[in-house]
Design a binder for this molecule. Structure first.
Ligand SMILES: Cc1cc2nc3c(=O)[nH]c(=O)nc-3n(C[C@H](O)[C@H](O)[C@H](O)COP(=O)(O)OP(=O)(O)OC[C@H]3O[C@@H](n4cnc5c(N)ncnc54)[C@H](O)[C@@H]3O)c2cc1C
Length: 301
């Protein structure tokens, strides 16, 4: 490990920070090389202390469930902080308002809101990520979006200071969120409506619909590309004849052309090569350049 790859960690955290952790274990594509440092905080205060002692030149990446992340095979230089299994409180603040920490899985928010008689939060059920990831991505489904419900977020900056920001402090778009640089979400207050009739059947129906049209259960990151204005990426990919296109153990799904599947042994490089091929082919056939929704991070092997 080079000097640059072994950043100094204070004694307080030394035993709790893992080194050279395979990111393949922390992504839904099950690919990705080692993170130099990997840390799971106990709570938000613990995370703030960790950030404070991390040398400022060490890059930091916050991850949730890795369900929208392609980590390259050479891994990640710097520190990865995982909120999954940490930052997990979820509570009701008032008749229509809830508060959740960044590590809470979206599916749990959907289920709990149904129990509380609040909606529409059912769309969260099929998003296999955390609230933090949903805030970073403005995740959405069935015409709903995360930020439509955000009142305020709590963030930490790179010096470990906590701030509360209003939704209006962010520029929100389709799967894009622009806010102050170098800040990470640790929680949010979300507003819903009273929907006393809502029940878990609504969630079951949405999940059934997904199973009919998406390769649920296979290793993927959901939709790889965002939909261009007024077009569907899946339709563009399918009509370019790319369903089933394969490199190594990665292929365009036969069931939903905007999904790329790892059949078991794919490298991140295989998946990235499929992504590039799809972009080039769709551009050649339709004259439209597809942009990736998935976040590609790390260095090649
Ligand atoms: C089968 C399947 C179906 C999917 N369906 C949908 C869908 O219907 N709609 C949809 O929008 N997405 C969908 N996705 C994609 C994915 O689940 C969402 O983008 C989700 O919000 C990502 O959350 P995560 O916790 O896994 O984030 P990660 O993949 O871990 O991270 C994604 C990005 O968010 C950043 N990030 C994560 N946590 C934080 C934080 N606390 N603070 C700041 N930045 C953070 C990461 O750095 C990264 O840039 C699907 C994925 C799969 C595998």
């Amino acid at each position: 490990m080079s000097a640059q790859r072994s950043p100094e960690i204070s004694a307080e955290f030394k035993l709790r920070v893992l080194r050279d952790v395979a990111m393949a274990k922390h992504t839904s594509w099950h690919v990705g090389g080692p993170a130099d440092l990997f840390f799971t905080p106990r709570d938000a205060a613990d995370l703030a202390s960790f950030i404070r002692q991390l040398p400022p030149e060490v890059p930091m990446l916050m991850v949730g469930l890795g369900s929208n992340l392609l980590v390259r095979d050479g891994g990640i230089r710097g520190a990865v902080v995982s909120t999954h299994g940490a930052l997990g409180t979820l509570e009701r603040l008032s008749a229509t308002r809830i508060q959740a920490e960044a590590g809470v899985p979206c599916a749990r928010i959907a289920r709990q809101c149904v129990k509380w008689g609040l909606g529409p939060a059912e769309f969260f059920a099929g998003i296999p990520g955390t609230l933090g990831g949903a805030l970073a991505m403005n995740a959405g489904a069935w015409g709903e979006e995360t930020w439509r419900h955000v009142v305020e977020v709590d963030v930490l900056d790179r010096r470990g200071f906590r701030h509360t920001r209003k939704a209006a402090d962010y520029e929100i778009g389709y799967r894009t969120v622009k806010g102050p640089d170098n800040e990470w979400f640790i929680g949010a207050r979300l507003e819903f409506e009273r929907t006393p009739g809502v029940n878990t059947e609504a969630i079951r129906d949405l999940l059934d619909k997904r199973r009919q049209t998406q390769p649920i259960g296979e290793w993927s990151c959901g939709s790889v590309f965002t939909n261009p204005p007024k077009r569907h990426a899946a339709q563009l990919i399918e009509s370019a004849g790319l369903k089933g296109f394969r490199i190594g153990d990665a292929s365009v799904s036969e069931k939903h052309a905007n999904f790329i599947i790892n059949h078991g042994r794919a490298l991140a490089a295989d998946i990235e090569a499929v992504i590039v091929h799809v972009q080039r082919t769709v551009e050649k056939v339709h004259g439209i350049r597809l942009s990736t929704e998935v976040r590609i991070v790390g260095v090649p092997a």
